[in-house]
Write a protein that binds this ligand. Structure first.
Ligand SMILES: *[C@@H]1O[C@H](CO)[C@@H](O)[C@H](O)[C@H]1NC(C)=O
Ligand SMILES: *[C@@H]1O[C@H](CO)[C@@H](O)[C@H](O)[C@H]1NC(C)=O
Ligand SMILES: *[C@@H]1O[C@H](CO)[C@@H](O)[C@H](O)[C@H]1NC(C)=O
Ligand SMILES: *[C@@H]1O[C@H](CO)[C@@H](O)[C@H](O)[C@H]1NC(C)=O
Ligand SMILES: *[C@@H]1O[C@H](CO)[C@@H](O)[C@H](O)[C@H]1NC(C)=O
Ligand SMILES: *[C@@H]1O[C@H](CO)[C@@H](O)[C@H](O)[C@H]1NC(C)=O
Length: 733
């Protein structure tokens, strides 16, 4: 009796309280909810002080590729890079005849409510919502555990029976069904349950397949695992950038969803964890708006990098494997361990670190007072052991850079053999990390001509500021080496194509591929110059003659003082931005990252290829910032020579404006990782890569959010006219 009354009271109370309860149990601030639609995907985000989750519902639409766009409910958590997915099929009927959707709660109006049960060491957290099937459905493939396992299935059809066989199914006989899975750590359990919430809806089990009548169901998705602490938009942004919260709500909420107290994440949902390159490029581009100091986004990102450095040689980690997938991989290797695994295969990542450290600890007005507080910290370690200090790790990283760059910087060392190569046995090593991204090249352009010298200059700056007290010669050593890498590497990558050859190459490119767009050969008025993507390409090509946008790294990271070289360099970048694709790089959809018109083998560089004739948001951002930086040098007391050469100076301003014009034309897609195009009615229109490829794009991508900080410099809008003295003059040679 008493218990009945108590239950009744509790139920009544919670019903009464429900509509007025805005903050989740025990949280001082309101939860964040937002929805981003990228049909056929709808992304729902929920976060509060206990946990954060992304729920993605995919449902086929008329015209969808029905083999790829199957009905699916997927939930991803940054904590442990964890996730679960339910792949549905119609019970009767052809592919495409089942639609799934989330239904807003009739009491709260929300699509998602939190699950929070403080039991055991780690509370059970998750999300609850309602899913509706417009016809009878079956859940044929449930996957519970890690985002990495979900990606293995969605990207390669991979399912390991060692994982799938640990799923447990329960049918409660009342229309409710639960699927759960104990993780390999023997501590965590992940659960997905369905219970009917509309008249006539009922779920039941038939031989590990969940069957649903048409109707609506409450789904609960939860697990007990240590959660991360998300930084609110106001904590991610520096005070002076708080206006962005109201001005760009979706982007600032996305940035917050990717920012936690101990790391920044690369992308939602497929890369919901630490990635070294992504976080460093993002922080460098976002530096003016990112919060700094204790507990800030900038410091979280810096600490995450230092924490993951390889203690044996100072390498900076590219990616981390954590959570259930780490325990799984350890088990495959015969180890009983939940320890994370780090990937150190990249050859570019090391060089960004000193650049970032100098930016935070020297240039940032708040960061410069945080040197001791951060660098004296030590890495996580077992009881009874001592960790390694972040200062020691930063020193190891600098030492590795000095060692690997020394042969080329040595007397008479400026030969190809001393340039930085991909690691043996690896087909990738920098940002163009799909298997064909570098055209088979082994010696990448960006790493050698921009990242190595920039890393060395930053080491010199850090050494000057007393960061490496045990190495008194490093400031000098690094500065000398930096100058040699800065001045002597470009020449290896130079490509120069005589005018007539260039004209016939673009003609051949268009005709042999039956492209619908013109070759634009008329715009070739002189020899075509650019720097190749890499050396030692496939088919014995000494240079991979792919025109590309990686010039942006040098523009963004260096202040070259070799005047003749700098003038030629900025001039060819401007030419290649101003020239329309396929002569140059620009289309209405943006600046392409690759143009294979001048090479012998275009395989791997199509518009459906990851690093092909496609547009990447962050490359637009870095090129814009890089050109602005070089143009800004013209206002210095002793400006570079190109500033006095009015035809080059004006051309660079025109290229800056042309770039911003296409950026502004593509505002709607700028936060996406990348996009491609279709050519129609004489225009290149941007379309999602997903329309041409089964690769799902990331709805929120850390480095594509950099346009929050990178804005058009309006001062350049009419500057070319002013400089040339003749309005409307569009200088092209
Ligand atoms: C369910 O939705 C799909 C996809 O929109 C549609 O083809 C189908 O006719 C719908 N079924 C019913 C029973 O409404
Ligand atoms: C659910 O609520 C959101 C936010 O109020 C609204 O935009 C959306 O249209 C609603 N969805 C449905 C299916 O009613
Ligand atoms: C789903 O979660 C909610 C919120 O924690 C809870 O009230 C409800 O009982 C759960 N339903 C099922 C079927 O587990
Ligand atoms: C989990 O328990 C199983 C069975 O007792 C054991 O073989 C395994 O090593 C345990 N795994 C971990 C990570 O503790
Ligand atoms: C280039 O110049 C800028 C602005 O003066 C400075 O902040 C930056 O550290 C310089 N970079 C290098 C590599 O010298
Ligand atoms: C998603 O994000 C990851 C990590 O940044 C990146 O490597 C990948 O290219 C992105 N994929 C798409 C399709 O946007």
């Amino acid at each position: 009796m008493t218990s009945f009354v108590a239950l009744f009271l509790a139920a009544t109370l919670s019903l009464w309280l429900w509509p007025w309860t805005t903050s989740a149990a025990g949280c001082s601030s309101d939860p964040t909810r937002f929805t981003l639609s990228d049909l056929p995907y709808i992304n729902y985000f929920y976060s509060d002080c206990h946990s954060a989750a992304q729920v993605i519902v995919r449902s086929p639409l008329p015209g969808s590729l029905l083999d790829i766009v199957t009905p699916r409910l997927l939930i991803a958590w940054p904590a442990g890079n964890s996730g679960l997915a339910a792949f549905f099929e119609p019970q009767n009927g052809v592919k495409g005849s089942l639609a799934v959707s989330l239904v807003n709660s009739s009491t709260t109006g929300n699509a998602l409510e939190p699950i929070y049960e403080p039991t055991g060491d780690d509370p059970i957290v998750g999300v609850s919502g309602q899913i509706s099937f417009n016809t009878s459905a079956k859940l044929t493939v449930p996957i519970l555990g890690s985002v990495r396992t979900l990606r293995g299935y969605t990207e390669g059809g991979w399912l390991d029976s060692n994982i799938q066989n640990t799923l447990r199914f329960s049918d409660y006989g009342d229309g409710s069904v639960t699927v759960d899975r104990p993780w390999f750590d023997n501590v965590t359990t992940m659960t997905l349950s369905f219970s009917p919430s509309s008249k006539g809806s009922s779920a039941s089990l038939s031989d590990r397949i969940v069957e649903f009548t048409a109707g609506t169901y409450v789904f609960n998705a939860s697990f007990n695992y240590p959660q991360l602490t998300q930084l609110q938009p106001s904590q991610v942004l520096t005070d002076s950038a708080h206006d962005l919260i109201a001005d760009s709500p979706d982007q600032t909420k996305s940035l917050s969803f990717l920012s936690y107290s101990d790391k920044l994440l690369a992308g939602a949902w497929r890369f919901l964890t630490y990635f070294g390159r992504d976080s460093m490029i993002s922080m460098l581009l976002l530096k003016d708006i990112l919060s700094a100091g204790e507990g800030s986004a900038f410091e979280a990102g810096v600490i995450a990098l230092l924490e993951r450095i390889d203690k044996s040689d100072g390498s900076v980690a590219h990616e981390e494997t954590i959570g259930d997938y780490a325990t799984y991989l350890n088990k495959q290797a015969g180890l009983i361990s939940t320890a994370p695994l780090y990937d150190y295969k990249m050859v570019d990542t090391d060089f960004f670190l000193p650049v970032l450290l100098a930016e935070y600890f020297i240039n940032n007005p708040v960061g410069k007072n945080r040197v001791k507080a951060v660098l004296d910290q030590v890495t996580a370690h077992a009881e009874g052991e001592s960790g390694t200090s972040y200062r020691a790790l930063a020193t190891l990283n600098a030492d590795k850079i000095l060692r690997t760059t020394a042969p080329f910087a040595a007397k008479n060392g400026q030969v190809k053999e001393n340039l930085i190569r991909l690691k043996d046995g690896e087909s990738v090593g920098e940002w163009r990390d799909s298997s064909t991204g570098l055209g088979g090249g082994r010696i990448p352009y960006d790493v050698n001509t921009a990242l190595a010298p920039a890393g060395l200059y930053a080491i010199a700056t850090l050494a000057d500021a007393g960061f490496f007290p045990d190495h008194p010669t490093w400031a000098d050593d690094a500065r000398k080496a930096a100058k040699i890498w800065e001045d002597k590497t470009l020449e290896f990558f130079e490509v120069s194509i005589p005018r007539d050859d260039a004209r016939s190459l673009v003609d051949d490119y268009v005709s042999s591929n039956n492209f619908p767009f013109p070759s634009e050969k008329g715009s070739i008025t002189g020899d075509v110059h650019f720097y190749g993507l890499a050396l030692d390409g496939s088919n014995n090509q000494p240079i991979v003659k792919i025109m590309n946008s990686d010039d942006c790294f040098r523009h963004f990271l260096l202040n070259s003082t070799d005047e003749a070289q700098l003038t030629a360099f900025v001039s060819q970048t401007a030419d290649n931005i101003l020239a329309p694709f396929p002569v140059g790089l620009t289309t209405d959809a943006g600046l392409l990252v690759s143009n294979p018109a001048y090479t012998i083998s275009t395989a791997g560089f199509g518009r459906a290829d990851y690093h092909g004739t496609v547009v990447w948001g962050w490359q637009l951002s870095m090129m814009a910032k890089g050109l602005e930086h070089q143009l800004g040098r013209c206002d210095a007391s002793s400006p570079p020579e190109f500033c006095q050469d009015s035809s080059v100076h004006i051309k660079v301003i025109n290229a800056y404006n042309r770039l911003w014009d296409v950026i502004e034309e593509n505002t709607a897609v700028l936060s996406n990782e990348l996009w491609t195009w279709k050519y129609e009615d004489g225009r290149f229109d941007s379309i999602p890569l997903g329309e041409l490829s089964s690769t799902e794009s990331n709805i929120s991508q850390l480095w594509s959010l950099t346009f929050l900080a990178v804005r058009r410099n309006e001062g350049y809008r009419n500057k070319a006219e002013t400089l040339s003295g003749r309005k409307g003059l569009y200088v092209q040679d």
